[in-house]
Write a protein that binds this ligand. Sequence first.
Ligand code: CP
Length: 365
Amino acid sequence: MVTTKNETAQASAATENPLESNGLYPNPEELFVKDEIHWDTLKNLVGQSILSVNQFDKKLVLEVCKLAALLEATNIAECHPLDGKIVITAFFEASTRTRLSFESAVLRLDGKIISIPEGRVTGVAKGESLADIGEMFNAYGDLVVMRHTETDAVKEIRRNLRLPLINAGNGSGEHPTQALADWFAILKWKPRLKEEVVVPRHQIHLGILGTPGSMRAVNSFLRMSLLFKNGIRKISIISEMADPLGPELQEMLANSNVEYYLTNDIEEVVADLDVVYMNSIAFLGDSYRAMDSRFRLDAKSDLKKDAVVLHPLARLDELDPTLDGTHHNLYFTQAHGAVFIRQALMICVLNRFERLPKEKMPHSN
Ligand code: CP
């Protein structure tokens, strides 16, 4: 069941929207009430670093989303699941959502935070290497969440880091926890997409605006989307670039057998899309480049009646605020749900399953 703010009062099965934000608020219970959580699958994440979507199969994504849905629907803060754990959030590149949602996730579960909001406040300003910073982190905390301008930063810090590392965006590489937040929103919106068999009339046409080859959030989203290929009728990639994929993603798409289409004209496909994934900002190592202003959506765009729009944000002109108050807006749910996805991941990586309240765990095994 999906509602907008105005529809919430009328729809009895709808989730209450505690944030009173605009847009759709699908009920998270749809994901876990009828479908037991497989704790053994989640336990595979204990002590692991989360660096790339390539580490995930569909089953693991589903279990993380189910646990996130449970956390969203259940107040477990009183059980202090991260009590005694220190998470280091090390952000060497600007962030609104990722750093603060990780920190909110930790604090709401009674863990503690040490935060680097920008690289200049570390020894980097004096020429210190990331490898040396990694060695220091070993003594300071239990888990590191890092964003960096350089794609190679993950490899560099792991030369000496022995704590689990969560990649919160590395240059033009990947943003795996964003992809989990993206699919968490999609699966809450349309839970049947998790099934192994999705009949053609329920399969979605997925439109991706951006260049997966150089935009990390789009890259990770496309990789994760291919895990759900049984629910996808077609993928259209709308980009100003002649080769928006690059060789690796091109090969993955070709091997997936999902029909795909490349275009530079959003008008050509917009009226057939069920999900529109937008992004506009490519990180180029030392600067940002915004996508061409032709690739815009607003409330007057020719969207299907039930189409939803996702955007990892930050947005520029491509996503007009006139869409915020419409039922196409799944991007606020996407952003807000990221807190629960990140809580779920940290509970798994830090092996805090025993702290979850048994009486609130459906189908515990
Ligand atoms: N989605 C995302 O990565 O946003 P921030 O850059 O604000 O963290």
